[in-house]
Design a protein. Structure first.
Length: 443
């Protein structure tokens, strides 16, 4: 066997022995030399998700492999507040190009308002960076096409950070489907329950405007459409949807701009005091002078133009029908997913009510037994039930490792999950006409 620098084995290296060899190791055997340089990551969007999950948590868990080299936000004060919360010395910017040119990152992490992701994804690629973006990849089909076109011109990679795939229950469902536990999948029922706290919060914030979030069919449901696309391993083809604003927005007799100044504090069940959360005070209320953004906006504002009640049917290339609903004003949080197959049914139920919680994956075989699936991966500590740290481990520590469940998500996954939501929105706007994904973009 001939031995080259890149193929030399550890045994051969030791057998060849000698201090002389060791002394020249870094020059002759680069693979055995000093540790890899840390990944240089710049972050745009220093709000909650940027400063905490992609800031604080990265510094805490991955400082040996990642260095945050720059922070950018359209709000100068929030960039500084984010920097203080993360606890690093990286420079802050309001100009994205300047940040990239001055800090030379390998990777850009995009955690801005949804409707602006495409700008930084495209510009990040153009400036020679790999790009990681929070979901949704984009909020309309023009943005999607522009990102697809930019990717064709670039050798750099886009990663979409779909943490929901990393929940132990989601992984188990994927594994059981790969094992054909319910035979061939015929249809899926997916119901998302958002309560009067979490659900209401979307109507307080920038998400309340379609132009920012693409509606919750894109902002929120892109997680769920991604799960369905990933589990089914098939292309969504056609989407038909209904949507209404039946609870928040104009559906109340009184309203204000935001909770702090509201004359109806005593009587409004949705009154919420943002000043009770010191982190939110730093990130939002102390930064209002720059952009006027009110974190505690009124859930009854007349300008709310997203839906709070949504029903969607998606037809897949492999013939599967997905029936999806999301309601945002419920007395409890949770999710109920049932996968109906030729040999059984797989149910994933998660309910968190006041004083009650139920979390179960159940496999029922046709003409057979029904049993709770026990061998789930243990939940980790941290945000989103540990799903964030599972995903970050894979991104930062297991980048080249095997991925039997296909957890890694890229441009194609990001595009299709957003496009289902975008198609649903168009369907609603066109009186529930069916919209074909292929008519929206050239994939
Ligand atoms: N995967 C998840 O579980 C998860 C959870 C929360 C949020 N998110 C995603 O993270 C992103 C940020 O959400 P958030 O909750 O942190 O919101 P946020 O409002 O706290 O932060 C958004 C930040 O983007 C900045 N921004 C807005 N427009 C900008 C622009 N044009 N250029 C630069 N910065 C701009 C704002 O000033 C703000 O600091 C969203 O895309 C959201 O969908 C994902």
């Amino acid at each position: 066997m001939t031995t080259t620098d890149s193929t030399i084995t550890r045994r051969a290296f030791i057998a060849a022995g000698g201090a002389a060899l060791a002394a020249t190791a870094t020059r002759s055997f680069p693979l055995l030399a000093a540790p890899q340089p840390r990944l240089r990551m710049a972050l745009v969007g220093t709000g909650n998700r940027g400063s905490l999950t992609w800031g604080q948590e990265v510094v805490k868990g991955y400082s040996d492999v990642v260095e945050i080299v720059g922070l950018c936000d359209i709000n100068r004060k929030r960039a500084e507040a984010g920097k203080a919360l993360i606890g690093i010395n990286a420079p802050t910017f309001v100009d994205f190009d300047r940040m990239i040119n001055e800090t030379r990152p390998d990777t850009v992490m995009v955690t801005t308002v949804d409707g602006t992701h495409y700008r930084y994804i495209i510009r990040g690629l153009e400036l020679g960076c790999n790009v990681m973006t929070e979901k949704p990849l984009c909020t309309d089909e023009q943005q999607c096409q522009a990102i697809l076109d930019a990717q064709k011109k670039s050798s750099k990679k886009i990663t979409v950070t779909f943490n929901a795939r990393h929940a132990p229950e989601a992984k188990k469902v994927k594994q059981l489907l790969l094992e054909k536990a319910v035979g061939d999948v015929i249809s899926v029922d997916f119901h998302e329950y958002l309560d009067t706290s979490h659900g209401a919060d979307y109507f307080r914030r920038w998400h309340r405007l379609k132009q920012n979030s693409g509606t919750l069919l894109v902002h929120k449901a892109s997680h769920h459409f991604d799960l369905a696309n990933w589990w089914l391993d098939s292309m969504p083809m056609e989407v038909t949807a209904f949507g209404d604003l039946k609870f928040y927005g104009h559906n109340n007799s009184f309203r204000s701009t935001h909770c702090r100044v509201c004359p109806y504090k005593q009587q409004c069940k949705f009154y919420w005091d943002v000043t009770q959360n010191p982190q939110y005070v730093k990130l939002y209320t102390e930064c209002e002078s720059e952009d006027g953004y009110l974190r505690d906006g009124c859930v009854w504002r007349d300008d709310i133009n997203i839906y709070d009640t949504m029903s969607v049917v998606v037809k897949y290339e492999n013939g599967v029908h997905l029936t999806y609903t999301a309601n945002t004003y419920l007395p409890y949080e949770g999710q109920s997913v049932s996968i109906n197959g030729s040999r059984g049914r797989l149910d994933y139920t998660e309910v968190k009510a006041n004083g009650f919680a139920n979390n179960e994956v159940r496999l029922t075989r046709s003409f057979g037994k029904s049993e709770a699936v026990k061998d789930l991966e243990t939940s980790r500590a941290g945000s989103h039930g540990g799903a964030d740290s599972s995903m970050q481990d894979q991104i930062f520590r297991g980048a080249q490792g095997s991925d039997p469940l296909n957890l890694r998500a890229g441009l194609h996954d990001g595009a299709l999950s957003s496009l289902v939501g975008i198609a649903a929105r168009h369907s609603i706007e066109r009186g529930s006409q069916t919209v074909k994904i292929n008519d929206l973009v050239k994939l």
